[in-house]
Design a binder for this molecule. Structure first.
Ligand SMILES: Cc1cc2nc3c(=O)[nH]c(=O)nc-3n(C[C@H](O)[C@H](O)[C@H](O)COP(=O)(O)OP(=O)(O)OC[C@H]3O[C@@H](n4cnc5c(N)ncnc54)[C@H](O)[C@@H]3O)c2cc1C
Length: 483
C-alpha cells in the first residue's frame, strides 16, 4: 500500500491512479504539471491533514478550486495539491440574506443555487471558475459596476492555516487577513474552506446585451475602441460591459460587446445607441432573469483551452494614436493562433465607490481591465504564441498600469507592485503574520524575497501534544500520528 494511504484523508490520487492524467490538468492545457499527490478533500479535516502531512514531509503545497489560474499556480511539479472542489455545499441564511458557500464551489454552482431565490450574485462570467480563486482575487463580473466586485460582498472567510488550524476572518476578527483575502488572490495565506457573502436585493429581470460585428476593418476596430472609451466615461452604473476586438479564422477581424444591465430593455436600447449605430452591428438585447442571463454568457466557454495572456489596467483615456497602436497588436496573429483578442472589462460604478485601502484590491480607480490573449490548439506553435504576447506586452504596458491578479502573467518583471501597488507592504506583513514559513507558496506568491525564509518550526508528535489537546482532534489526526 502506498504510504499516503495511511496518513492523508479524503480522496487521494497519485500518479499510478487511472484518474491522475485528467486530475492533474487545469483549464489552461498549455501548462502541463505533474504533482506527486492530489488530495480531493471532503471536509476541513482532510484539508488540515493534507497541510500537516505536506509540512511534515517538506512537500510543497498548492491549493486548487476550479483550476482556472492562467499560469497553473494551483498546481506544480512534485507538489501536493489540496483540491477542494468536492467541498461545494451552498446554503442560504434567509433571515440575514447571507449565502454560505464552501470554498470548493464554482460560479456556476452558486448561480444555479440562487436562481430559485431570484437574487443576482456578483460572480464571474465562466461557470467553472472556482469561487475561492475568483473572490480572493477581487472578482470582476458582469454585475460589478452595480453590485461591486465579488470580494466586496464578502462578510466572512474561514481558512485552514499553515498549522492546520481553522481561522475565522471578518471585519472584527483577523481583520488584516480578511482585508488581504479580498483582493490579494488565492494561494498565499491558507486554504479557504468557506465564505459568507451578503446577497444583493432580488431582481425580477435584467437586460442581456450582446452586439457583434464580424469581418470589420482595422479602422472600424479603432472607432469601436473610441466609442467604448467615451461610452464608459459617462455610462449608467447599472450597466457592466466587456468590449473585445479580435481576429479569428472564422470571423476575420471582428469585435463584440457583452453585458448585463440592471434596467429595462427600452433603457438598454437607448444606453447602447452609440454601439448600435456602428456599421454591421448585429444585436440581441433581451429582458430575462439574472439566472438566464448568466447561463447564456457562461455557455460560450469551452471546458479547456491552450492560451497565453497578459492583463493591465487602463487608468486614463487613450489618445487616438494610442488606440491605433493597441489595435495594431492583434492585426497579425501568431502562427497557428485560432483566436487573438484584446478585451476591455469595464470598472467604475460601485467598484470605485469603495475606498482604495478598504480591501487589498488596489486598482479600484481604474477605468477598465485590458486583456491581451492568444489561443492555439497545436502544441508545436506554443512557443511562438507565448513570444507573441511577450513581444507585444511593452506596447500594452506603455498606456496602462498594474496587472490584475486574477489574470496573472508569469513574465511580469515586478509582479508584486504590478498586482498590489502600495498595498505590498501590508500584504507582506499579513503574510509574515499568518504564514511565517511560506508554507503556501507559488511562483508569484506574496513573499518578501529579500528576507531569508525563517526556519520552519518542526512539526510532529510534539506539535500534536501542544496543539491538538481535544479528543476529537486527536482522533482526526490519528493517521498522522502513526507516521
Ligand atoms: C475561462 C476563464 C474565465 C474567467 N473569467 C473571469 C471573470 O469573469 N472574472 C474574473 O475576475 N476572473 C475570471 N477568470 C480568472 C479567475 O477568476 C481566476 O483565474 C481565479 O483565480 C480562478 O479560480 P479557480 O479556483 O478556478 O482556479 P484555481 O487555479 O484553482 O485557483 C486560482 C488561485 O487561487 C488559489 N486557490 C484556489 N482555491 C483556493 C482556496 N480554497 N483557498 C486558497 N487559495 C485558493 C490557487 O492556489 C490559485 O493561486 C477567468 C479565468 C478563466 C480561465
Amino acid at each position: 500500500m502506498n504510504q499516503c494511504d495511511y496518513h492523508l484523508t479524503g480522496r487521494v490520487v497519485i500518479p499510478a491512479d487511472p484518474s491522475y492524467p485528467e486530475a492533474r490538468q487545469g483549464f489552461n492545457r498549455a501548462i502541463q504539471q505533474y504533482p506527486l499527490i492530489i488530495v480531493y478533500c471532503q471536509n476541513e479535516y482532510d484539508v488540515s491533514n493534507a497541510v500537516i502531512w505536506a509540512r511534515t514531509y517538506n512537500i510543497p503545497l498548492r491549493i486548487r478550486n476550479g483550476g482556472h489560474n492562467y499560469e497553473g499556480y494551483s498546481n506544480g511539479n512534485c507538489t501536493l495539491v489540496i483540491d477542494i472542489s468536492e467541498m461545494n455545499r451552498i446554503s442560504l441564511d434567509d433571515n440575514q440574506n447571507i449565502l454560505h458557500v464552501q470554498g470548493g464551489a464554482t460560479n456556476g454552482q452558486i448561480y444555479q443555487f440562487i436562481a430559485a431565490e431570484g437574487c443576482p450574485f456578483p460572480g464571474g462570467t465562466c461557470p467553472t471558475v472556482g469561487i475561492s480563486g475568483y473572490a480572493t482575487g477581487g472578482g470582476w463580473g458582469l454585475s460589478c459596476r452595480w453590485l461591486g466586485l465579488g470580494c466586496d460582498s464578502l462578510e466572512e472567510i474561514q481558512l485552514v492555516n499553515h498549522e492546520s488550524c481553522i481561522l475565522v476572518a471578518n471585519r472584527s476578527c483577523n481583520s488584516n487577513l480578511f482585508w488581504a483575502l479580498r483582493g490579494a488572490g488565492g494561494g498565499n495565506f491558507g486554504v479557504v474552506v468557506s465564505m459568507k457573502f451578503r446577497l444583493p436585493p432580488k431582481v425580477d429581470f435584467v437586460t442581456l446585451i450582446e452586439i457583434d460585428y464580424l469581418h470589420v476593418t482595422t479602422a472600424e476596430q479603432e472607432v469601436f475602441l473610441q466609442t467604448w472609451q467615451s461610452w464608459l466615461s459617462g455610462a449608467d452604473p447599472r450597466a457592466t460591459l466587456i468590449a473585445r476586438i479580435y481576429h479569428s479564422p472564422e470571423d476575420g477581424l471582428a469585435m463584440l460587446t457583452r453585458g448585463i444591465f440592471y434596467g429595462t430593455l427600452q433603457e438598454a436600447q437607448v444606453l447602447m445607441q452609440p454601439f448600435l449605430e456602428l456599421p454591421g452591428a448585429r444585436s440581441r438585447i433581451e429582458s430575462m432573469t439574472f439566472a438566464e442571463a448568466v447561463n447564456i454568457i457562461g455557455s460560450s466557454y469551452p471546458p479547456y483551452e491552450k492560451f497565453e495572456a497578459a492583463s493591465r489596467f487602463a487608468m486614463r483615456e487613450w489618445t487616438s494614436s494610442e488606440i491605433s497602436s493597441l489595435v495594431e497588436l492583434i492585426q497579425t496573429p501568431a502562427t497557428g493562433a485560432v483566436f487573438t483578442g484584446l478585451s476591455l472589462y469595464s470598472l467604475g460604478g460601485k467598484v470605485s465607490e469603495m475606498a482604495q485601502d478598504e480591501t487589498a484590491f488596489y486598482w479600484r480607480n481604474a477605468h477598465f481591465i485590458v486583456w491581451l490573449e492568444t489561443i492555439w490548439e497545436d502544441n508545436s506553435v506554443q512557443a511562438e504564441n507565448e513570444l507573441w504576447i511577450n513581444e507585444r506586452f511593452p506596447v500594452l504596458a506603455a498606456v496602462t498600469e498594474g496587472s490584475y491578479i486574477n489574470f496573472p502573467y508569469n513574465k511580469l518583471p515586478n509582479y508584486l507592485e504590478e498586482y498590489y501597488g502600495t498595498h505590498v507592504c501590508r500584504l507582506w506583513a499579513t503574510k509574515e503574520c499568518y504564514d511565517p514559513y511560506n508554507s503556501f507558496s507559488f511562483p508569484q506568491g506574496i513573499w518578501r524575497t529579500a528576507q531569508p525564509a525563517q526556519v520552519p518550526k518542526p512539526i510532529g508528535d510534539e506539535y500534536l501534544e501542544d496543539t491538538l489537546s481535544r479528543e476529537a482532534n486527536r482522533a482526526l489526526y490519528r493517521g498522522f500520528r502513526y507516521v
